[in-house]
Design a protein. Structure first.
Length: 511
């Protein structure tokens, strides 16, 4: 089967590409916020600053009547607010009579001239028609000068320095106008002017700086991408080379990487290599076991067949029965292998029924005792009470048969085997106990692997390829049960557990 993976870009190119994309996105955001939208941000901030100043002055005006507004303390409070925020504040009555103006002598002429223009009249009438609703006017400083007759006036909104001529082309002023009622319900006119400093020069400076920053960041990003990709790609390339050799030679886990994921990948491949080595050992043992197990019956079949063919009178019932028995043993071996394959692929569908497990155990032990009593084997079955389960009766019988066969093969010289049934919580445990030599602790986990044999030279070893216990494990796990073994030099206890029926269901089954 051909691989469907298409050759793509190397990790180095991927990192370089994404690093450059990241830099571009960062720079675009910088250009947008520092250059393109800088003036809009600045205007928004100044507008909010103007509103804060106006609210403070309006609060002072609203708390005083007209007489109190002319008091020195009130005027000083308004003056501090205006001066601290660098604005010109003009307060007049409904008829435009000014009683507060914090502009200096040079700016005052300009204010007087502006109050005679059509623009001021527009603001005045708009505020008059909607008392309490503020009016805003934004104008270039050059336009303000054109509509006034005053010449050489100083910059609006800057009461300390910077004559207006310095910002004729780029300067801009924001004018706030409103009519509010004071404590005495008199209508007070409030006009506040704030200069918006031109940001053109600042934008141009930022543009030049960002140009150099862009070039520098692209260079740094390229270098970082190359360095980082080298740190990541080099160990991965080593792992890839080692992975291509899996199954042909040993995978050496000598890679030292500071990257956690790369280290985990290396450890995973090392684990895979160990598993492949283990599987290869099982495969060799399988071939040896299968070859041995097939050779013996085939040799018997061939030998007896040749005897019956070549020697007159040997074609008798006993010799034919030997051939049949050996053929059945071969068939049993093949069937076991096919059975395990179906179980592992979960192609077999369990035929679950409710039945008496205790009675089933009695029948199986009785049959075994009858069959093996002539050879000196003694089987004992002990149980507390009868137990009903919901399981595939045929498959569970196969589990018991396989465990009994294993006990018969490996029990001690006394040929004693004990079968116990006991209840453990919601489960029933069946134990098959032999008096053999036991199993080494290091091999206990391996005995459930298919084709594994503890001792192929055991003096009572019978036909089999080491898959009986694997079949047991697969069947019990399909029933959502558990298997295990406890072993010592005095023998082994193979056991399995499956869930029992509840008391009510057990009574129903007995009825």
């Amino acid at each position: 089967m051909k691989s469907t993976n298409k050759k793509g870009l190397s990790l180095k190119l991927y990192l370089l590409f994404y690093m450059i994309v990241f830099v571009f996105i960062t720079l675009i955001l910088l250009w947008l916020f520092q250059v393109v939208f800088l003036e809009d941000f600045y205007s928004t901030i100044k507008r909010k600053s103007l509103d804060d100043v106006v609210h403070s002055i309006e609060a002072t005006v609203s708390e005083k009547d007209t007489k109190e507004l002319n008091e020195l303390e009130t005027k000083n409070k308004i003056l501090r607010t205006a001066t601290d925020n660098n604005v010109i504040a003009v307060i007049a009555d409904y008829d435009k009579r000014i009683f507060f103006n914090n502009s200096d002598l040079r700016q005052r002429d300009f204010i007087d001239e502006f109050m005679t223009t059509a623009e001021f009249e527009y603001l005045y009438q708009s505020a008059k028609d909607s008392i309490g609703e503020p009016q805003y006017l934004s104008m270039k400083n050059s336009e303000l000068l054109q509509i006034t007759t005053a010449r050489g006036s100083n910059l609006i909104g800057n009461i300390t320095s910077f004559p207006i001529e310095n910002n004729l082309n780029n300067g801009e002023s924001l004018i706030y106008f409103n009519m509010i009622r004071n404590k005495g319900e008199d209508i007070i006119t409030l006009m506040v002017m704030m200069e918006l400093t031109p940001v053109n020069t600042t934008v141009e400076t930022l543009r030049v700086q960002l140009f150099y920053v862009t070039a520098l960041m692209l260079a740094v990003a390229s270098v970082l991408a190359i360095v980082i990709s080298h740190k990541i790609a080099k160990p991965i390339e080593k792992i890839t080379k080692g992975a291509k050799k899996l199954g042909k030679e040993r995978y050496l886990s000598n890679l030292d990487s500071p990257i956690k994921e790369v280290g985990e990948l290396n450890n995973t491949l090392y684990f895979v290599d160990k598993e492949l080595e283990k599987i290869e050992g099982i495969r060799r043992e399988l071939m040896a076991n299968i070859s041995h197990d097939l050779r013996t019956p085939l040799t018997m079949i061939q030998g007896y067949s040749e005897v019956m063919r070549d020697i007159p009178g040997e074609n008798n019932k006993d010799n034919i029965q030997v051939v049949i028995d050996e053929a059945q043993r071969l068939q049993s071996l093949v069937n076991d292998i096919l059975e395990l394959s179906r179980l592992e692929e979960q192609k077999y569908r369990l035929r679950v029924v409710k039945y008496n497990l205790t009675e089933s155990l009695k029948d199986i032990v009785s049959r075994y005792q009858s069959m093996l009593s002539s050879k000196g084997y003694v089987l004992k079955f002990n149980y507390d009470k009868e137990v009903f389960v919901e399981a595939d009766e045929l498959k569970m019988s196969q589990v018991i048969y396989n465990l009994l066969n294993n006990a018969v093969t490996y029990t001690g010289d006394d040929k004693s085997i004990e079968i116990k049934q006991k209840i453990v919580g919601k489960y029933v445990r069946v134990e098959i106990i032999d008096t053999g030599e036991g199993i080494e602790e290091s091999k206990i986990l391996d005995i459930w692997e298919r084709y594994y044999k503890i001792d192929s030279k055991h003096r009572r070893a019978q036909i089999g390829s080491g898959i009986g216990l694997s079949i047991v494990k697969s069947i019990v796990e399909q029933h959502k049960g558990f298997v295990g073994v406890n072993s010592s030099k005095q023998g082994s206890i193979f056991w399995f557990e499956i869930q029992i029926l509840e008391e009510k269901d057990q009574k129903d089954e007995k009825l």
